[in-house]
Design a protein around this ligand. Structure first.
Ligand SMILES: C[S@@+](CC[C@H](N)C(=O)[O-])C[C@H]1O[C@@H](n2cnc3c(N)ncnc32)[C@H](O)[C@@H]1O
Length: 411
């Protein structure tokens, strides 16, 4: 008897989850992943997508049906701040469930990635060592003192954060960051997790036209270079300088760049709140991507002042970040976006997102009429990855779409 006669099966449900981990871009120093490790990353990517598309809306429903009415009944007034909303949400089982699962997926993702890199630490460290040894495009400072803002925190639950070296030359931290970001974002940043940088490079070309030919570009808080490499590739005649506090990030970053054939980036270890190593007016473009939320309230004005000092007249500074908490953003959304600050080791997130960045830019010396505002969504290989521009899911702070706030320095 033919199968179809015996047991006609329903049409299979169309899969709408993240792409398989096997599509990641494996550059020359990317960690190896075996079958089970890939399965674990796939589970985590799918779980994250499930949380943001299927569970998260339930938190919104619980807020409307229970949390807000209960608060109003008790206090006889509306919510006055996102902090009040967050505290009220904490009492609700739907929020508790979503929040605990979200934290658990992050912890599991970090442990999964950490194990992938630790089990092959010697090979990875040696590969990166070979590619970077004696290369003048890696400038590390053995006496560098980590700012407290980078040293005191395991950012987004990442063991050892961006700076820890278990042995001299250790790059297992950045290798973990690189290998697991796909799971955290559900693949939204593309094959090389560089969809933000690709979008910024395209946006700059479109916005400033062919006349903008930067000779020197500075990327501050560049990390391992995910988003500065597409900028360097789009402006191959420019000298690109990527500055970060974390030596392992920079070491891995140069090796990764070289293995991807990108040769015009120099990786320098420094604290970007004091870049006195560079002369005044020595850059045409200063860029930061998903960086400001990891800087403290105290250092942010110093960073803004440095970018103003370093720009040549006519040069531009651009900061790419999740949107600010404008008055027009509902308090529920602000409270959900604040989740990272309170439950994902991103303590600076909340304050950074409430400040008036326009005012801060003006205080740093940028003219009122020369501020730049825009928006970009990750540019990815559409055959394989979900397109952030078309994606209507919300992950309150993880969506691959960002605001651009910047300024042009007047001549
Ligand atoms: C979110 S990560 C990197 C994001 C990176 N721009 C990208 O696009 O992939 C933030 C980085 O900022 C660096 N950082 C934070 N504060 C810093 C400071 N004061 N000086 C230099 N680097 C800093 C951290 O070491 C970390 O690598």
């Amino acid at each position: 008897m033919a199968d179809t006669e015996r047991d006609p099966r329903p049409d299979p449900i169309e899969y709408d989850g993240p792409p398989d981990y096997r599509v990641v871009g494996r550059h020359g120093v990317y960690p190896e992943t075996n079958h089970d490790e890939i399965a674990r990353f796939n589970f985590l990517a799918q779980m994250n997508r499930h949380l943001s598309t299927k569970i998260m809306p339930g938190v919104g429903e619980a807020f409307d049906a229970r949390v807000e009415p209960t608060f109003k009944k008790k206090k006889k007034r509306d919510f006055e701040s996102r902090h009040e909303v967050r505290k009220a949400l904490l009492e609700d089982p739907m929020f508790q469930w979503w929040s605990a699962l979200r934290r658990a997926t992050m912890e599991t993702r970090q442990q999964a990635g950490r194990w992938v890199t630790l089990r092959q630490a010697e090979e990875l460290n040696a590969k990166v060592g070979e590619l970077t040894e004696g290369d003048e495009r890696l400038v590390l400072d053995p006496k560098f003192k980590q700012p407290r803002s980078t040293e005191a925190i395991d950012h987004h639950c990442m063991p050892g954060s961006y700076h820890t070296e278990l042995v001299p030359g250790d790059i297992t931290g950045p290798a973990n960051y690189d290998a697991g970001i796909f799971a955290t974002t559900g693949g939204m940043l593309g094959r090389y997790n560089d969809g933000g940088g690709v979008a910024v490079a395209e946006w700059v070309k479109k916005t400033f036209g062919d006349d903008f030919k930067p000779k020197r570009i500075l990327d501050i808080g560049a990390g391992l270079g995910h988003n500065v490499l597409p900028i360097a590739a789009a402006f191959p005649d420019a000298e690109v300088i990527a500055v970060d506090a974390g030596a392992p990030m920079l070491r891995y970053g140069l090796a990764r760049a070289k293995s991807m054939g990108i040769e015009n980036v120099t990786f320098i270890q420094d604290d970007v709140s004091d870049l006195s190593r560079f002369e005044d007016e020595s850059f045409d473009w200063v860029q930061s991507t998903m960086f400001l939320h990891e800087t403290s309230y105290k250092t942010m004005p110093m960073i803004f002042a440095e970018t103003q000092r370093l720009l040549k007249p006519g040069g531009i500074v651009l900061h790419v970040e999740q949107p600010q908490y404008a008055d027009t953003m509902p308090l529920f959304e602000q409270a959900m976006r604040d989740w990272d600050a309170f439950y994902n080791n991103e303590p600076f997130w909340t304050k950074m997102h409430e400040v008036d960045l326009d005012e801060w830019m003006k205080k740093a010396g940028f003219g009122d009429n020369h501020l730049i505002h825009g928006g970009v969504a990750a540019v990815v290989d559409k055959d394989v990855f979900p397109d952030a521009a078309d994606d209507d899911s919300e992950d309150f702070g993880r969506k691959a779409a960002w605001h651009v706030i910047g300024a042009k320095k007047v001549a």
